[in-house]
Design a protein. Structure first.
Length: 218
């Protein structure tokens, strides 16, 4: 068709000619892992008089790396100190952390695995997050199921998802996975589908956040 000519009108009874559809927009490029990890917040010391000071008083001689998190004080402890720290956290009247809100794992890849304990005192009205780091090839930690009954299922779930063995757990049987599924752990970042799942979470999560912002503006 020469430049400037109009396309022939469709014959009577024929459907109109549709223009070619535009190619769908490609999904946003996922930022490099190093770029995302570089944005990690700097550790700020907890304020004076916080629960970190109570831990230091109750556990002299134990190495406690305390800093302020978004909603609570975070204290990192060594794996070998778990049997000493946890009973004191629960039973010392200054701490009184009798409620285990959650226990879960985190995979930091080359930096190892992490077990996170979120503890709360209903009487004292304070809370803390305890963390301990494990190596990938020695992923075991003492169980706290004898101290907090809720840890029973939390530890079994963490074992399923991350392959962390909780020594002394009364029955560390699979909770979410088949008993014969031992070749990989779904939430470890060396899982064959981990990169795809993480990208989908970033992509779909961004769309969901944008949609929520639009609803708020309306």
């Amino acid at each position: 068709m020469a430049e400037g000519e109009q396309p022939d009108a469709p014959a009577e009874g024929e459907p109109p000619v549709q223009p070619p559809a535009e190619a769908p927009a490609s999904p946003p490029e996922r930022p490099a892992r190093a770029e995302r990890e570089a944005k990690a917040p700097v550790k700020e010391p907890p304020p004076p008089g916080s629960i970190a000071d109570l831990f230091a008083q109750a556990l002299p001689g134990v190495s406690l790396d305390a800093y302020q998190g978004l909603s609570s004080v975070i204290i990192e402890i060594g794996r070998d100190d778990i049997p000493k720290v946890m009973p004191v956290a629960r039973d010392d009247p200054r701490l009184d952390l009798k409620f285990l809100r959650c226990l879960f794992g985190v995979d930091h890849q080359d930096e190892g695995l992490e077990v996170v304990y979120q503890l709360l005192s209903l009487d004292k009205g304070h809370e803390v997050t305890l963390k301990t780091r494990l190596s990938q090839d020695d992923a075991k930690v003492p169980s706290v199921a004898s101290l907090w009954k809720a840890a029973d299922w939390h530890e079994r779930e963490t074992r399923d998802m991350f392959g962390i063995h909780f020594e002394g757990h009364p029955h560390l049987l699979p909770l979410l996975l088949p008993e014969d599924m031992t070749d990989h752990f779904p939430l470890r970042k060396d899982n064959p589908l981990a990169e795809i799942a993480e990208w989908q979470g970033d992509f779909l999560g961004g769309d969901a956040a944008a949609a929520a912002d639009e609803e708020v503006e309306e």
